[in-house]
Design a protein around this ligand. Structure first.
Ligand code: SF4
Length: 445
C-alpha cells in the first residue's frame, strides 16, 4: 500500500458521456495522481470535484447540467471540463459558484484548475501512479484513443465544432501505451476515435520507429502492430472506406478481433447525402458479403438514425430492406434529435415525432429478430469468452464473446464457472440464446 499523507488533497470525478470521454477522464486522473493527488470515491471526502461533461445531444447536456448541480449541492467546490466547456456562459449562468470551466482535451488547464482550487502541500509523494496510468475500466480491458477530432461535417453532429479537426497520435506513442496496458493486465484493447479508419491521414508522411521497425501511421499498420501485443484488439468507429478491406485479412489471421463497429446511420443514398456521411458507398452490401467470405465470424455492430429531416417512408423502407440483407449482428438506433448548432436543424421536412416513434419501433423489432436468429445459430458452438464478472457463491460468471464489446453489446452467461477469474479468456460451450445474450458452460480442458 502506498503511504497517504493526511493532508493530501482529494479529487472526486464524475465522468459522463462516451468511452472517449472516459479516456479523457483517465488521462486527467493519471496526471493528477502523478502530481500527488488522492482520489475520493464520494462527494463528502473530496476537496474538489471534477465533472467531465458530454455535450453531444441536448439530452446529454441536460444530464451534464444536472450532474454539475448535484456536485455543487453535495460538495460545492466544482470544476467543469469536457465537451460542455464550450458553453461556459451557460454553465456559469446556471451555477455561478463553479470554480473553473475548461473544454475537451484541455488537460493542462483542468489540471491547473485543480492545483489552484486544492493546492498540493509541499513534499507529498509523487510516485503513486502505476506504469499504465490510472484506469476507470476494469483492469482486463482498456480503451485506447488513437486520435482526436474529425475532418467530416455530418449534418447532425457538432463534434468537429467541439473537438476540432482530426489530430492523430503518433503510432509509436499509441503502441507504447498499449504495450504498458497489456503488461499491466489488459487483455482486450478497444481502439476508439471519432473516425478510426481516418487514422494517420494528417501525419501520413511521419512513420515512426517501434521496436526496430518502421510503423506507418495508418489504420491497417497500427492494427497489425497492436495485434502483435497478445491482447484482443477491437476496432470501434470504423467507416467503410475502401482501405478497410485490408483490415479483414488481419481478422482472418487472428491478429484483430473479427468485429467492426461501423456507424452506418442510414442506408438510403438520399438520406446519407443529406446527412453528409463519409464513405457513403452504395456497394457496401457487396463489400460486407466479401468481408464475411474472408472472415466468416465477422460481427458487425452499427447505429442508425431514424426520422432524419426529409426521410420518406420509401427511404425508411430502403433502410429496412438493407438491414434485412446486411444481417448486422448488433444494432442501436436513435430517433433524430436536433442538436443545437448542427446543420441538420435548418433542413426542411422534419419528420413528425409519432412517425419517428413508429419507424424506430419497426427498426428495433427487425434488428432484434435478426440478432436473435444469429445468436440461435451459435447454439452448440464452442466460443472464446473473456470473463467480466464472477459470482463465486452461485458459480456463475458473465463474459463476452469476440462478437461483443463491453457495455454496448450482448453477454455470455456461464454456469458452473465459480473457478474462473475476471479477465480469463476461456472456451465455452454455448447451450442457449435469447435476443441479446448467449448462455453456456466453460469447457474444461
Ligand atoms: S464522422 Fe460525422 S458523426 Fe462522426 S464525429 Fe465526424 S462529423 Fe461527427
Amino acid at each position: 500500500m502506498a503511504t497517504q499523507f493526511p493532508d493530501t488533497p482529494k479529487v472526486g470525478m464524475v465522468s459522463l458521456g462516451c468511452p472517449k470521454n472516459l479516456v479523457d477522464s483517465e488521462r486527467i486522473l493519471t496526471k493528477l495522481r502523478s502530481d500527488g493527488y488522492a482520489m475520493s470515491a464520494d462527494y463528502a471526502g473530496a476537496d474538489v470535484v471534477l465533472v467531465n461533461t458530454c455535450g453531444f445531444l441536448d439530452s446529454a447536456k441536460e444530464e451534464s447540467l444536472e450532474a454539475i448541480g448535484e456536485a455543487i449541492a453535495e460538495n460545492g467546490r466544482v470544476i467543469v471540463t469536457g465537451c460542455m466547456g464550450k458553453e461556459a456562459e451557460v454553465i456559469r449562468a446556471r451555477f455561478p459558484g463553479v470554480l473553473a470551466v475548461t473544454g475537451a482535451h484541455q488537460y493542462e488547464e483542468v489540471v491547473g484548475a485543480v492545483h489552484e482550487a486544492a493546492p498540493m502541500p509541499p513534499n507529498a509523494f509523487l510516485n503513486l501512479v502505476p506504469e499504465s496510468g490510472l484506469k476507470l475500466t476494469p483492469r482486463h480491458y482498456s480503451y485506447l484513443k488513437i486520435s482526436e477530432g474529425c475532418n467530416h461535417r455530418c449534418a447532425f453532429c457538432i463534434i468537429p465544432a467541439l473537438r476540432g479537426d482530426l489530430v492523430s497520435r503518433r503510432p509509436d506513442a499509441v503502441l507504447r501505451e498499449a504495450e504498458k496496458l497489456v503488461a499491466a493486465g489488459t487483455r482486450e484493447l478497444l481502439v476508439i476515435s471519432q473516425d478510426t479508419s481516418a487514422y494517420g491521414i494528417d501525419i501520413r508522411d511521419e512513420p515512426r520507429m517501434w521496436h526496430g521497425r518502421e510503423v506507418v501511421p495508418h489504420m491497417t499498420d497500427l492494427a497489425r502492430e497492436l495485434g502483435g501485443l497478445g491482447a484482443w484488439v477491437r476496432l470501434h468507429y470504423v467507416y467503410p472506406y475502401p482501405h478497410v478491406d485490408r483490415v479483414i485479412p488481419l481478422m482472418a489471421e487472428g491478429l484483430v478481433l473479427p468485429y467492426l463497429d461501423i456507424p452506418f446511420q442510414h442506408a438510403s443514398p438520399r438520406v446519407l447525402r443529406a446527412m453528409r456521411r463519409p464513405a457513403n458507398d452504395v456497394k457496401v452490401l457487396e463489400r460486407i458479403r466479401r468481408w464475411r467470405e474472408i472472415a466468416p465470424d465477422l460481427a458487425i455492430r452499427s447505429t442508425f438514425v431514424v426520422g432524419f429531416p426529409g426521410e420518406t417512408e420509401e427511404d425508411f423502407q430502403y433502410l429496412m430492406d438493407w438491414l434485412e440483407e446486411a444481417r448486422l449482428d448488433r444494432v442501436g438506433a436513435f430517433r433524430f434529435e436536433a442538436v443545437e448548432g448542427a446543420a441538420a436543424n435548418a433542413l426542411p421536412d422534419p419528420v413528425p415525432e409519432e412517425v419517428k416513434e413508429e419507424r424506430y419501433a419497426r427498426l428495433m423489432a427487425l434488428t432484434a429478430r435478426i440478432s436473435a436468429e444469429k445468436l440461435q445459430a451459435k447454439i452448440g458452438r464452442t466460443l472464446d469468452v473473456i470473463i467480466d464478472a464472477v459470482d463465486a457463491e452461485t458459480g456463475r460468471a458473465t463474459g463476452r464473446s469476440k462478437a461483443d464489446a463491453p457495455e454496448i453489446d450482448g453477454e455470455v452467461h456461464l454456469r458452473d464457472a465459480g473457478h474462473v477469474a475476471e479477465g480469463d479468456i476461456l472456451r465455452a460451450q454455448i447451450e442457449d440464446a435469447d435476443e441479446h445474450d448467449l448462455f453456456g458452460t466453460p469447457v474444461i480442458a
